[in-house]
Design a protein around this ligand. Structure first.
Ligand code: MSP
Length: 521
């Protein structure tokens, strides 16, 4: 089996409902996944839930529920969220599932066999309220601990440590010689700066059972559970192992699979937010190296969303509920806005005003209007029948296609949409300049009208192809209205000349109905 394009999101803590940040990460990952489908590759997109650890145990307690029952209830709502976003994920991982737990234990056993763990006693200042050890950095200027930590006591604790420190120089070398490993460049510089200016401490990989019980038992010492990040990162290989990936299964000595045998590892892209950079570009590569597995090709790091210039927070009500936005404006409007508004890298700011502006200017009046008037005129003047091929816009369209594909391949999704809208604008100008409604009134201009209508219909078709990774539902509707049998999910179809003379197109219907833009309460 040839290797598939394997792309993942972070797995979300199941301690609350999904919000804009989670939706954004899943949508940009979906756009990249669909790009590779459109390039003709087999694609495996993985997303899911991180269900162990303190945060989840606490959330279940607060909800007055047994922890597994709490996870099951929330998992159902997260799975329906994934459906709502129209993702093409091929699996959904839950870290409490046996298929995942088994692989985590295999990883731990394997690393232990290789001598990567040692047990050590740690003495430190412990906040029982926050259930965490504090460091010198947590002290106030006068040396005391803030009241937010509750009572802080000195505590002695045994734990298992994973030998991270030994691999520091190897990791620096790897990042320096693989410029695509951490994207974008400022995040790559951030992790290199961290590695060059700090001595890597070994990673505490367990929690004593009596302090945290909600975790995967440490396979060779029943007094401990596995540290939640060790467990969570492993999802990226546990699911390939479950699908019979031989690279993972042989490194972990799991034996051959009796069922499927997909080839997934190494991942092509891990998409994550900026706050979890260190886990993915320091801990994870070293864990993989110690297991004898190849590293992911790229860790792609996005920024964080704010709303109205402030951190989103449930307690102040300053949140964007993606489900409510989708219900009101449609899925594609949501997908379009988040990708168009924020490039992958910096932080972004959601405002309802910019959302509705983009909806009406770019979707309804830009793309929607172009598609609608092109098809309407073809219907009105030529009974919807495509005239003979004409190449007036062919060269320019090819340039926009080339730009868009290049941006998509290099994960510049926002720039990809800007190129597509370059073509939308060009075609709308073309309508204004050529004025087909005037040509239609003059029988001597009939041939010119044919030419213009061909160019417009062909541009609309090409737009359907280019838009599919971003707004697949609308791309499908464009193809439907053109009465094309193909699906727009192949970038090869963006070549000029796909519209055949004599082809009967269908009736236009607005892609993005104009909204009453009165301010919303
Ligand atoms: N469970 C860990 C990840 C383990 S991956 C092996 C976790 N979960 S999380 O639910 O807190 O975050 C999941 C993802 O959502 C992270 O990539 C995080 O950066 C992203 N976001 C959370 N809030 C966000 C915004 N406000 N904006 C954009 N992304 C944000 O971390």
């Amino acid at each position: 089996m040839s290797k598939q394009f394997y792309i993942t999101t972070a797995i979300d803590y199941v301690n609350g409902e999904p919000h804009l940040g989670h939706a954004y990460e899943k949508v940009i990952t979906d756009v990249i996944a669909r790009t590779h489908v459109a390039l003709g590759e087999e694609v495996f997109y993985l997303t899911g839930l991180d269900e162990h650890g303190q945060k989840v145990e606490q959330a279940a307690k607060d909800a007055g529920m047994e922890t597994q029952a709490y996870c099951d209830r929330l998992a159902a709502s997260w799975q329906s969220f994934v459906k709502k976003l129209g993702l093409i994920n091929r699996d959904f991982v839950r870290t409490t599932s046996p298929r995942h737990k088994d692989v985590v234990q295999a990883v731990l056993n394997r690393l232990n066999d290789k001598g990567e763990f040692y047990k050590k006693t740690y003495t430190g200042w412990y906040s029982a309220k926050e259930e965490t050890f504090l460091t010198e950095k947590d002290r106030n200027e006068d040396g005391s601990f803030d009241s937010k930590w509750g009572t802080v006591t000195e505590l002695e604790e045994d734990n298992y440590y994973f030998k991270l420190g030994e691999h520091q120089q190897w990791l620096i070398d790897h990042i320096e010689s693989n410029p695509d490993f951490v994207q974008p460049t400022n995040r790559r510089n951030e992790v290199l700066g961290f590695l060059k200016n700090n001595k890597l401490e070994d990673l505490c990989s367990t929690r004593p059972q009596n302090r945290l019980s909600w975790g995967i038992p440490f396979p060779f010492d029943a007094e401990f559970v596995t540290y939640v990040w060790f467990d969570a990162l492993t999802n990226y290989i546990s699911i390939p192992a479950a699908h019979g990936d031989d690279t993972v299964r042989s490194a972990l000595q799991l034996g051959a699979s009796s069922g499927e045998s997909l080839s997934l590892w190494p991942a092509d892209v891990h998409v994550i937010g900026k706050d979890i950079l260190k886990f993915h570009t320091v801990y994870w590569p070293i864990m993989l190296k110690a297991m004898g597995l190849p590293l992911p090709k790229t860790v792609l790091v996005h920024g964080w969303w704010q709303k109205d210039g402030e951190k989103m927070s449930k307690s102040t009500g300053n949140v964007v509920d993606p489900v409510a936005v989708i219900d009101e404006w449609g899925l594609d409007a949501f997908r379009y806005y988040v990708v168009r508004e924020l490039g992958i890298g910096p932080d972004g700011n959601w405002t309802d005003e910019s959302f509705s502006n983009r909806y009406s200017n770019e979707l309804a009046n830009g793309l929607g209007n172009l598609a609608n008037r092109s098809l309407s005129m073809l219907g009105r003047y030529r009974d919807g029948i495509v005239p003979a091929r004409h190449d007036e816009l062919a060269e320019e369209a090819a340039r926009f296609v080339g730009e868009t594909v290049a941006h998509l391949k290099s994960h510049n999704l926002q720039a990809g949409l800007q190129s597509i809208w370059g073509l939308v604008r060009r075609a709308n100008e073309y309508v204004d300049k050529t004025a087909p409604f005037k040509l239609a009134k003059d029988p001597t201009q009939s041939e010119r009208l044919d030419e213009v209508l061909y160019n417009l219909t062909e541009v609309v078709r090409i737009l359907g192809v280019l838009l599919w990774p971003f707004i697949p539902e609308s791309a499908g509707r464009i193809f439907q209205q053109l009465q094309l049998e193909d699906s727009p999910d192949r970038l090869a179809l963006a070549e000029w000349g796909g519209m055949k003379a004599g082809h009967q197109t269908g009736k236009p219907a607005p892609l993005f109905p104009r909204k009453d833009l009165a301010p919303r309460n």
